[in-house]
Design a protein around this ligand. Structure first.
Ligand code: SF4
Length: 171
């Protein structure tokens, strides 16, 4: 399936209750041949406003830390485990994740990333497939708020950059 068609499905989706409080579905974005996919929890208020992922404070923080490690936003595919904002930015409920995760499955099968970076606890529900390396990191919103987590997060992203450099050599 083309991602444009998948995006249209997401914009019109009513498979769980989250669409009720949302202005926009936020499918995610990035190159179709991205070697790395980043999966967060859910779009926040800023993302809901304009329909793009990781454009709010935590997203900008993530993009800044990635850039400091030489990883460009436009080189990775960024998305979330659920595609609509949640009330008060709460964690998605299991039934919401279950309803939404087939969209993520399709994105993974189209993009075929080598590495999937799981941002925070909710992203751990991302399906695990053979041939893909999964890297768990702290959610950027927590790393942004707490210094001790920020240091760990910076190190985790540094490790990701090293892994990506190795991928380039393996080509
Ligand atoms: S969060 Fe996912 S399953 Fe729920 S309405 Fe939005 S697109 Fe559909």
């Amino acid at each position: 399936m083309a991602l444009e068609d998948l995006n249209l499905q997401i914009y019109g989706c009513k498979k769980c209750r989250l669409w009720l409080g949302a202005k926009h579905g936020v499918p995610g974005e990035g190159p179709l041949n991205a070697k790395v996919m980043l999966v967060g929890q859910n779009p926040g208020a800023d993302e809901d406003e304009i329909g793009r992922p990781f454009v709010g404070r935590a997203g900008k923080f993530l993009i800044k830390v990635l850039a400091e490690s030489g990883i460009k936003r436009e080189d990775v595919f960024i998305t979330n485990i659920v595609k609509h904002v949640s009330p008060q930015n709460r964690k998605p409920y299991p039934d919401e994740v279950a309803a939404c995760v087939p969209y993520l499955n399709t994105q993974i099968s189209v993009i075929k990333p080598k590495i999937i970076v799981l941002l925070g606890a909710s992203a751990k529900h991302t399906p695990r497939l053979e041939g893909i390396e999964y890297i768990e990191v702290i959610h950027p919103s927590a790393a942004m708020r707490f210094n001790n987590m920020r240091d760990k997060f910076n190190k985790q992203i540094g490790e990701l950059e090293k892994r990506m450099a190795k991928l380039t050599l393996e080509k």
